[in-house]
Design a protein around this ligand. Structure first.
Ligand code: ZN
Ligand code: ZN
Length: 165
């Protein structure tokens, strides 16, 4: 008796990589500028989900763009402005007009800018989009895998990959 053999560090069977099976489309619910404004609005909807609305500008003109919040859906709508294919624009928050921060280079040579999926301006949890008109390259970077951006509950609550409480 008295043998309390505690099985320490019993990790839940959380798979190492992103799990994407049988969860249906993954929809972003939160997408923030560096000042914490949610970029998701009803300006445009995609598959019945409110889109991500951004301001685009360069020295020629300024306009609005809405992106689908559905991961993998490349649908996007431009408002009121004709952009030329290949043109490079600043992508800004429509609320504070702050340009989204550049965090990487796209394979097309333009810069990728980040929209944050958590409120910590954490480049480990962001969506990257390309500043070049016509380039639909987007990246999803998430230390939380898809838990943050999915309501499908594929991940256990309280799993913090940073080891923080
Ligand atoms: Zn903002
Ligand atoms: Zn690109």
């Amino acid at each position: 008796m008295g043998l309390f053999k505690r099985k320490s560090a019993q990790t839940e069977s959380t798979p190492a990589g992103p799990v994407k099976k049988n969860t249906g489309p993954i929809v972003l619910e939160q997408c923030l500028c560096a000042n914490g404004h949610n970029l998701i609005s009803d300006q445009a909807t995609f598959l019945n989900h409110p889109g991500i609305t951004l301001t685009l500008s360069n020295d020629r003109q300024q306009g609005m763009l809405s992106l689908s919040p559905v991961i993998g859906d490349k649908d996007r709508t431009f408002f009121g402005t004709e952009w030329l294919e290949g043109e490079i624009v600043s992508i800004c928050c429509p609320v504070c007009a702050e340009p989204l921060p550049i965090y990487n280079e796209c394979f097309c040579g333009a810069d990728l800018v980040a929209m944050f999926t958590t409120s910590k301006n954490d480049f480990a949890n962001c969506i990257g989009i390309c500043q070049r008109i016509g380039c639909t390259h987007a990246e999803i970077i998430s230390n939380y895998d898809l838990r943050v951006i999915s309501r499908s509950g594929a991940f256990d609550k309280g799993t913090d990959l940073y080891g923080r409480v």
